[in-house]
Design a protein around this ligand. Structure first.
Ligand code: BG6
Length: 507
């Protein structure tokens, strides 16, 4: 890996503390960082280098997956410097350039610069522009821009943002983080169907009945109401993480595919998803908002009563949708996606349900046969399991599911941010969201945004601690399916408040 300067905007922020410093430290321990590197942290607060280094150390003690070793931490933070920067002050960037060059000279490293924007999206444009105009971006080595989501608020704003960024960075230099693409099981999914002819042969509508992608969270809106109330589940999770999971699941990759190939295939998937019409969004999209309820026995308030949430809010904290990919491989296979806050449990998973053999299915069912499943758990557990039927000789030959572990060696898995930061440093854009994908995702989601905006479909309230509105279950039931692994609802029915739940009366 080439020696590099990492220039981190938002160095005093939460993401840096929780994810970026621990990821860098773990890469450092595994010798996956350049041997010589400089990190310059930027923020508005007046911090000294020493104070900054102490804060980094503190964040490692709190958030690193590996217990930090004091000696190694000391040498790790040696590379860290801090600089006060006001994002809109052009002269601060000139000052920054001097510091970057000074560190490059001290360390004897070439001007390879990775600009990491761990800041709110409203700052992406001015920062990129100032990097360009100050000369920070005029390097003899390479330069890269790493940015966090959200990339735009809708199709038009995403296009505008991309246009602006492209005045300072080429598409090849822009690394848009979608941390779901860094999750180890998502990365293994790519290898699973590339390298196994058996899987490859099954990866289509001949054998697959339906695909379910779930990202349920128990947390509510936390302290992020001012952001979340303008965004909702559709922008916060669905347009990016969920559609990226769908692309990664559905692509058919030849062995040893290049990054370009992966990009082309993902683009093809997005282009093949049947578009929605604004007036008909309600036929395949369910939106919900959590009402009061219980999470693990603890009473929690309704979304509408959370501090910072607008009165009469119609914001979605849950969305479920059915998507159809109209291509040779997937025609006729429903992809069900759902994500929500304040759900019964934290679980991020993909379930691929295989078709049952025709003809003998009733007889087999009465003998205990279950559909074959491939289950990819991403959080809180990480696993990839194939469920097959075997006959149980101890039980009159009845069927019994057997589970094949397709992802052993799960000890010490790297965190998503480790994978992504390493890739960005290496210049490997495979697991980043490319502009084509981002644009196509916004384009697909746009009718949903408009239908929500214009209240063209009901906002269903669901009790906190449930699996979302019953309408989401009904959407699958109408096609003879059900969400896999949801626990029966008796428990939450007992917990739930007596107040009847209705469709939001603001409609
Ligand atoms: C973020 C969203 O992108 O992903 C959050 O903004 C959400 O609202 C988070 O909680 C979920 O990530 P994970 O990795 O915990 O599933």
């Amino acid at each position: 890996m080439e020696p590099t300067s990492i220039i981190l905007f938002g160095a005093t922020g939460d993401l840096a503390k929780r994810k970026i410093y621990p990821a860098l430290y773990n890469l450092y321990i595994e010798q996956k960082l350049p041997e010589t590197f400089s990190l310059i942290g930027l923020g508005r607060r007046e911090w000294s280098d020493e104070f900054f280094q102490a804060q980094v150390e503190k964040s490692l003690n709190e958030f690193s997956r590996r217990k930090p070793d004091p000696e190694r931490v000391k040498s790790f933070v040696q590379a860290f410097r801090y600089n006060v920067l006001n994002i809109s002050h052009k002269e601060d960037y000139i000052q920054l350039l001097k510091l970057v060059e000074q560190r490059e000279a001290e360390l004897g490293i070439p001007s390879n610069r990775l600009f990491y924007l761990s800041v709110g999206p409203e700052f992406f444009e001015p920062i990129a522009e100032n990097i360009q105009s100050s000369g920070l971006g005029s390097t003899e080595g390479w330069k890269r821009l790493v940015i966090e989501k959200p990339f735009g608020h809708d199709l038009q704003s995403a296009r505008d943002l991309n246009h602006k960024l492209s005045e300072a960075f080429t598409e090849e230099e822009i690394y848009r983080i979608d941390h779901y693409l860094g999750k180890p099981m998502v990365q293994r999914l790519e290898t699973l169907h590339q390298s196994n002819p058996i899987m490859k042969a099954l990866w289509n509508n001949r054998y697959i009945s339906n695909v379910q992608i779930t990202a349920n969270e128990t947390v509510g809106v936390e302290e992020r109401a001012s952001y979340y109330d303008h965004v909702g589940a559709v922008r916060d999770m669905f347009q990016n993480h969920m559609l990226q999971l769908l692309m990664m699941m559905a692509i058919q990759l030849p062995y040893n595919s290049t990054t370009e190939k992966v990009g082309q295939k993902k683009k093809h998937i997005m282009e093949s998803i049947e578009p929605l019409q604004k007036q008909n969004v309600g036929a395949s999209v369910i939106r919900g908002q959590y009402a009061e309820g219980f999470i693990q026995g603890k009473a929690v308030s309704a979304y509408a009563a959370e501090p910072g949430v607008a009165e009469n809010t119609m914001n979605d904290t849950f969305i479920a949708a059915k998507l159809q990919i109209d291509d040779f491989f997937w025609r006729g296979v429903p992809f069900y996606i759902r994500t929500g806050k304040r759900m019964k449990e934290k679980s991020t998973r993909i379930v691929i349900e295989f078709k049952e053999p025709s003809g003998q299915s009733n007889a087999a069912k009465s003998n205990g046969s279950k559909p074959n499943l491939l289950v990819i758990e991403m959080s809180p557990d990480q696993s990839m399991t194939l469920q097959l039927n075997a006959s149980d000789p101890q039980n009159k030959g009845e069927f019994k599911p057997v589970h094949i572990d397709l992802a052993p060696d799960r000890e010490d898995l790297a965190e998503a941010y480790e994978n992504l930061i390493r890739d960005a440093l290496q210049g490997d854009p495979t697991f980043f969201a490319h502009w084509d994908e981002v644009e196509l995702s916004w384009a697909w989601v746009q009718p949903i945004l408009e239908a929500f905006e214009e209240n063209l479909l009901p906002l269903h309230l669901y009790p906190a601690g449930s699996y979302g509105p019953v309408e989401s279950d009904e959407m699958l039931a109408a096609e003879g399916h059900h969400w896999w692994f949801d626990e029966p609802s008796e428990q939450f029915a007992e917990d739930a408040l007596a107040a009847p739940l209705a469709v939001n009366s603001n409609l």
